[in-house]
Write a protein that binds this ligand. Structure first.
Ligand code: WQD
Length: 343
């Protein structure tokens, strides 16, 4: 089986990608420093897959540690790079930590990949590179705009680093950049899911924790935007669908079907939902009445963004398959499993 190194593979999206890679016949190898994940994720992966997934607890920015893993694991056919700090608000408070970690880990990875002759990279990028778009839905050709946070700027810079590295003479790098929209939900088994450490920044874990009684109420950050009901619009993609997009990208690179050294794809559902639509859909999916109130806008929020998902459909043959309702139902099932685990 072809080995695929998954940096950040014990994280939310990374762990779901590990499942899909293994079930597609690849051998995922996790490297993760567990700064934003727990060892319990490995047990969840074992429950789902029926076997342990090799995991190395290292700093992905430590070149010698990465070299050591590759020496131990032998030939790796490709890499999916998830490892990064990703909280928009936190990045405003700690810009240097974000630039150091997010840029440093990518530069280290690319350096070691070049040394080891590993040519294939799938990079976890983000719709935050579009900033506040002038038109909707956004396509891959939509000009990137100055991001609204240091986090978003690290994603823009990482994309540029990958383009310049792939364009260098004898680069030997072929990359696919996947621009995520809003990943939500959990594996159907409820053995893995989103594990926000502390108070959740993101909407859906805050909703499920409120419904579970762990939070008193949800605050909807503003209802005076120019949107159908005044609340922000986002493209909420089920995490399992997003994970499957990574397998498609890995396969495309390993089969050398990419048409250029660096390809970029939006990975979203192709339609937007408002915050209040998410709340109502969650109530229908969970049978739980949600306690929420309207509060002030959150600094840095983009009023509306959702994907034009045509390119992934036409070039990758990838389309999302899961409704917002079912994705939210999986998030609720996972939240309940977490509660039982603590009980
Ligand atoms: C969604 C909507 C909030 C919490 C995220 C990631 C970012 C990137 C894109 C990966 C917004 C509203 C939220 C709450 C609320 N993903 N909200 N009350 O900001 O779109 O960005 O997805 O790269 O890294 O952070 O996601 O879930 O924080 O917010 O009203 O308590 O929910 O205003 O409109 P966001 P989010």
């Amino acid at each position: 089986m072809k080995k695929i190194l998954v940096t950040g593979g014990a994280g939310y999206i990374g762990s779901h990608a590990v499942v899909e890679l293994a079930q597609a016949g690849y051998e995922p190898i996790i490297v993760d420093d567990f700064s934003n994940s727990k060892q319990s994720v490995l047990a969840g992966l074992r429950d789902i897959l029926g076997h342990d997934v090799p995991c190395h607890d290292i700093d992905c920015g430590d070149a010698d540690a990465l070299r050591g893993v590759l020496k131990q694991e032998g030939t790796v056919a490709g890499v999916i790079h998830f490892a990064a700090f990703k909280a928009v608000g936190e990045s405003v408070q700690k810009p240097l930590a974000y630039f150091h970690n997010n840029l440093g880990s990518l530069i280290t990875l690319l350096t070691v990949m070049k040394e080891q002759g590993i040519e294939n990279l799938v990079f976890s990028s983000s719709c935050t590179v579009y900033g506040v778009p002038d038109q909707l839905p956004v396509t891959e050709a939509t000009p990137t705009k100055p991001a609204s946070s240091p986090y978003g700027r690290t994603k823009q810079m990482c994309e540029d680093i990958i383009h310049d590295t792939a364009a260098a003479p004898e680069a030997g790098l072929r990359a696919i950049l996947l621009r995520y929209f809003n990943p939500i939900g959990a594996h159907p088994s409820a053995k893995i899911g989103e594990l926000p450490l502390g108070v959740p920044n993101n909407l859906v874990p805050f909703i499920t924790q409120t419904a579970a009684g762990l939070r008193e109420k949800l605050t909807v950050f503003g209802d005076d935007y120019d949107t159908p009901d005044g609340t922000n619009v986002r493209d909420y993609i089920y995490v399992e669908d997003l994970a499957k997009a990574h397998v498609v990208a890995v396969r495309r690179l390993l089969e050398k079907k990419a048409s250029e050294a660096v390809e970029t794809f939006n990975v979203g559902t192709g339609h937007g939902n408002t915050v209040l639509e998410v709340v109502k859909t969650f109530e229908a999916a969970s049978g739980q009445k949600l306690n929420y109130s309207i509060g002030p806008r959150r600094a840095g929020d983009v009023p509306a963004i959702y994907a034009d998902a045509t390119k992934a459909a036409e070039v990758l043959g990838f389309k999302t398959e899961t409704s917002l309702h079912d994705a939210l139902a999986s998030a609720w099932k996972w939240q309940q499993a977490l509660g039982e685990a603590k009980a």
